[in-house]
Design a protein around this ligand. Structure first.
Ligand code: SAH
Ligand code: ZN
Ligand code: ZN
Ligand code: ZN
Ligand code: ZN
Length: 523
């Protein structure tokens, strides 16, 4: 594990040169406001450009912002393509047909009915991932239906809803209780009274659980997520069906207003945004979205506190640090390792278990964020922040330099600390793994970027098993498996590669995956 992780760490160290051997697709942000992007079922599409050997091709195209697999959303349009009226109409009809079968208010109505029912009549269809009212039961009688759904279960939808497919391939990526409790306590200790949860359904439910549990915390939470299944469990003021790659509210202005009101309440005081986006997603559109949420929060301010910033926790792997700081230069990365429930990789790093690569990026001063001593963190008075025990203060760098939780060593030639397994290479003139190739990175696997196999042998190609589900559910689940995503293996690839941060290789890989997977499955 350490070896392969470091191999791509070499790529990381080589920075932008690391991407020269690759070709892929990059997002174009400065699209002309006079020509709005066409819409797919997931809202406005994004403009992409193909990059070959580091050179941009001239023809740009629009594709779905949320789905990185053509199988989930096959929207494609050249930037300069003119569509006939008939095709536009067909597209509009298609977009409509892809929307969830129930409106937001219908969901709320159903929920209110459901909680009035006696326990024995409250049912949940696992096949359809849907709460059932007595009238629905007939339609689901051949499905896997569980009964006696308690109020406690209704308050923990992330435990009731299935990880979407095979756990080993594409599990949804939920916080372990330890990390989730840490976050809730931290938010409460920092004095926040409202939390905008963007793609953090488990955090959302735990905040609400604590609040209703009679503890003094009294924090309110609003969840924005693309996973429509959650709309069954929440009122309009606590869930919005939302796409964080294009800031699209699926339920239009009413939902946008819910979000705005939430952010601007109390003149914007006491609110924080916490987000845990899919790691396969592009950093640029996420940053643009977060800036829009920040602007929405700012609108509600008087001039006098215009210097103030919306506090943010952006949860993401450590090797995206430079990408995130490109967009948010004042963010710092905390040493806290965020653990997830459904993969061993994210379990906490002590006692020889693998360490999670996932960190919290924030604009809150790090000395205010107390990390738990009992989980192996200490305060560095020189850095004025909490760091993991193994992260030692380097007197030459004047900082606790480790990023990955291991002890790093200072290289006097590179004038910086490097990973413990690296040595200084006089040919490359920087530190690298002892067995690196001095000619720089080679083209590895087209799918995951690993160097030791080609795409035909990539473990990331897997076909999904389908069970007896409605078309819509299959469609939803497909969408969720990519967009919700976090294919466990994908992250594995990230961790092993960790070259993505500087080179953006990993980010473009997601787009390459679209066509590759299509090829592989013959779709
Ligand atoms: N660790 C978090 C969950 C992170 S998984 C927790 O335990 O609460 C990523 C989340 O982002 C999922 O809930 C997924 O549904 C959501 N998501 C994925 N793509 C999204 C998109 N385009 N827009 C909004 N939410 C998205
Ligand atoms: Zn069913
Ligand atoms: Zn230090
Ligand atoms: Zn150093
Ligand atoms: Zn060196």
């Amino acid at each position: 594990m350490a070896t392969s992780r470091d191999q791509l760490g070499t790529l990381e160290a080589e920075g932008s040169s690391g991407r020269q051997g690759y070709s892929g697709v990059e997002v174009v942000l400065s699209s002309d406001p006079a020509t709005p992007a066409p819409l797919c079922p997931h809202g406005p599409t994004l403009l992409f450009v193909k990059v070959n050997q580091g050179k941009e091709e001239t023809r740009r195209f629009y594709a779905c912002s949320a789905c990185r697999d053509r199988k989930d959303c096959n929207f494609f349009q050249w930037e300069d393509e003119k569509l006939s009226g008939a095709r536009l109409a067909a597209r509009e009809a298609h977009n409509r047909s892809c929307q969830p079968p129930l409106s937001r208010s219908q969901c709320v109505e159903r929920y209110l009915k459901l909680i009035e029912l006696p326990l024995s009549q409250r049912k949940f269809c696992q096949s359809c991932q849907q709460l059932l009212l007595p009238d629905d039961e007939e339609k689901h009688h051949e499905h896997r239906v569980v009964g006696d759904v308690s109020i406690t279960q209704l308050k923990r939808p992330s435990k009731l809803l299935y990880p979407l497919e095979n756990k080993k391939t594409n599990a949804q990526y939920l916080f372990a209780d330890r990390s989730c409790l840490f976050l809730v306590d931290l938010l409460s200790n920092l004095g926040f009274r409202r939390v905008l949860c963007v793609g953090t359904p488990r955090l959302h439910e735990l905040i609400r659980l604590k609040e209703s549990g009679g503890t003094k915390s009294n924090i309110r939470s609003l969840l924005l997520d693309i996973d429509f299944r959650y709309s069954q469990f929440y009122m309009e003021d606590s869930f919005c069906h939302y796409n964080m790659f294009n800031h699209h509210f699926f339920d239009g202005k009413a939902a946008l207003e819910v979000c705005k009101t939430f952010l601007q309440e109390d003149k914007g005081e006491g609110v924080i945004m916490v987000t845990d986006p899919p790691f396969g997603g592009l950093v640029e559109p996420l940053a643009v979205t977060f800036k829009k949420l920040i602007a929405m929060w700012k609108e509600g301010h008087s001039q006098d506190n215009s210097q103030k910033e919306l506090p943010i926790f952006w949860i993401f792997p450590y090797f995206f640090e430079s990408r995130i700081c490109q967009f948010f230069p004042n963010f710092c990365m905390l040493d806290y390792q965020v653990d997830y429930d459904n993969h061993a990789l994210y379990k906490h790093g002590k006692t020889g278990r693998k360490q999670s690569p996932v960190r919290i990026f924030t604009n809150i001063p790090p000395n205010k964020v107390i990390l738990p001593i009992e989980e192996g963190y200490r305060f560095c008075p020189l850095c004025q922040r909490y760091v993991s025990l193994e992260n030692q203060h380097c007197e030459h760098c004047n900082s606790c330099t480790s990023k990955d939780g291991r002890k790093w060593n200072h290289c006097f030639l590179c004038k910086k600390c490097v990973k413990p397994s690296w040595i200084h290479c006089s040919i490359c003139n920087h530190c690298a793994l002892p067995d690196h190739s001095c000619k720089g990175p080679k083209d590895g696997c087209f799918i995951c970027g690993e160097l030791d196999h080609k795409r035909s042998a990539c473990p990331n190609i897997s076909t999904s098993k389908k069970v007896n589900k409605s078309k819509w559910v299959v469609k939803q689940q497909r969408q969720l498996t990519t967009s919700t995503m976090r294919l466990t293996q994908e992250l594995l690839a990230y961790v092993q590669c960790s070259g993505g941060s500087r080179s953006s290789v990993k980010e473009t890989r997601g787009l390459k995956m679209r066509s590759v997977i299509q090829l592989a499955i013959g779709g």
